[in-house]
Design a protein around this ligand. Structure first.
Ligand code: PLP
Length: 466
């Protein structure tokens, strides 16, 4: 093949891609029937904050893939770090052994994590991280004379992953029902959507925050403190559309966890690695978790990796005699993933990506808030480079859409229209209907304006169709 033919290859392969995608692939959380008469979108390459499909069309990656691509696409320095590592040592397990890149990365993460969190247990994904933290909590309490503690408290509509344990912690009823019975012990409390706060606490954020935190205490008391192992919270809850914590919420939750001897797990699978302008979301809100779970942005998606970070105190019962944390997965802390995570963190430092988010998050918010003049936009909320826009049928009463309207609006129109207009984002109705944005951390005003322009056009058209 000549160089010219190689260049053209992605376009020529368009038809075979469609055939193969439709015949042999099973896409995640996807109604496959939607593609019986339509093309499967095939993304073939990326550069900076943009990705390109098989026809060469450009899209702004307003969701960082899936809250992943912090440093943007096409970073050859990260790719090269992975290639070098694969040549040197492609694989070795973390079962009884260590390897240099996992050690380097664990040291680096321990240095970045808040307070005394310095012990890193690697996984390959966020679900595994969430599940590992639950298993750690259960075994920790068994070893320390409190074997009855196994329950986990999490918030309504919160997403914590799809493996059976993580799904038991997840608060989205619809994605749980097909797989019941799930492991016992998942307990739900209200989330922190202030826009939908119950009327008796809707007049002040502080009051709402106190009530929402106290609901955790009430749940602990109702279940019996001696049966509760952990509370799982995201710094900013993703599912439902980016609920930031009300002022005082996390310090009150921390006190409640301490009062009843319950572990606080900060699920930062989305909120770590700069998404909120800090390496860890808990640092932004000034609380100290007992365990942080992470994944996604640690490698910016150049390779899969996740993990949990805890303190020496949590490891202490496992550090003597025959005690062993009886848990592990083959590819956890894969050498290539760790090398790429280190190269990713180098980019964070050399380009001051945390500084970029902190400098521009106000402009991002201000640009999105311009959309408030549209009748369909009810609320714009979030923090850092992580925003949700809640859509409503009636701005004054905050009336939301019926299931049927939501189906027609989101699935029947919005998702496709936004994509066709060149914006990758997420139209989601697992809670009330929202559009979610989470652009790469390299973005600035040019991309914010592009996002606003596409949303304005598509939401204006959506309103006409209601
Ligand atoms: C907060 C949170 N926890 C856990 C997960 C599960 O991560 P994964 O899809 O890597 O298993 C996700 C995924 O989006 C998440 O947002």
């Amino acid at each position: 093949m000549t160089a010219e033919q190689t260049q053209a290859a992605p376009f020529q392969k368009a038809a075979p891609f469609q055939e193969g995608a439709k015949r042999n692939m099973w896409l995640h959380f996807t109604r496959m029937s939607a593609y019986s008469d339509a093309d499967v979108p095939v993304i073939v390459r990326g550069s900076g904050p943009y990705v390109y499909d098989q026809h060469g069309k450009r899209y702004l990656d307003g969701l960082s893939g899936l809250f992943v691509s912090q440093v943007g696409h096409g970073r050859t320095e990260i790719a090269e770090a992975g290639a070098r590592q694969a040549s040197e040592l492609a694989y070795f397990p973390l079962w009884s052994y260590a390897h240099p890149r996992a050690i380097d990365l664990a040291e680096r993460l321990a240095g970045l994590a808040p307070g005394d969190l310095n012990r890193v247990f690697f996984t390959t994904s966020g679900s595994e991280a969430v599940e590992s933290a639950w298993k750690l909590a259960k075994q920790y309490f068994k070893l320390t004379g409190q074997p009855g503690r196994y329950k986990v408290i999490s918030r309504d509509i919160a997403y914590h992953g799809t493996s059976m344990g993580a799904l038991a912690i997840t608060g989205l009823a619809d994605i749980k029902h097909p797989f019941e019975p799930l492991p016992p012990g998942g307990v739900r409390v209200p989330n922190t959507n202030f826009y939908r706060a119950p009327s008796f606490v809707a007049s002040s954020q502080e009051e709402f925050g106190r009530w929402a935190a106290d609901e955790i205490e009430r749940a602990i008391l109702r279940e019996g403190p001696e049966s509760v192992a952990a509370v799982y919270l995201e710094p900013v809850q993703n599912s439902g559309g980016c609920f930031p914590p009300p002022p005082g919420y996390f310090s009150r939750v921390r006190d409640i966890c301490d009062r009843y001897g319950v572990l606080l797990v900060s699920d930062e699978v989305i909120c770590a690695f700069g998404r909120l302008g800090h390496y860890f979301g808990s640092a932004r809100y000034g609380y100290q978790p007992d365990i942080i779970t992470f994944a996604k942005g640690v490698t910016s998606g150049y390779a899969p990796l996740g993990g949990m970070i805890c303190s020496d105190a949590l490891m202490e019962p496992f550090s003597a005699g025959t005690a062993t944390f009886l848990h592990g997965v083959t590819f956890a802390g894969h050498p290539v993933s760790c090398a790429m995570a280190l190269a990713n963190l180098d980019v964070f430092e050399s380009e001051d990506l945390l500084g970029n988010v902190r400098a521009h998050e106000g402009a991002f918010r201000a640009t999105l808030e311009k959309l408030h003049d549209l009748p369909i936009v009810g609320d714009v909320r979030g923090a850092g480079y992580f925003y949700g826009i809640e859509l409503v049928k009636d701005k004054a009463s905050r009336e939301t859409f019926s299931d049927d309207e939501s189906e027609r609006l989101l699935r029947g129109f919005l998702s496709q229209a936004l994509f066709d207009a060149g914006l990758v984002c997420r139209a989601d109705d697992r809670g009330d209907p929202v559009i979610q944005l989470s652009p790469p951390l390299i973005c600035g005003q040019e991309q914010f304006d592009e996002i606003e322009r596409v949303l304005r056009d598509v939401l204006t058209e959506a309103w006409k169709r209601i």
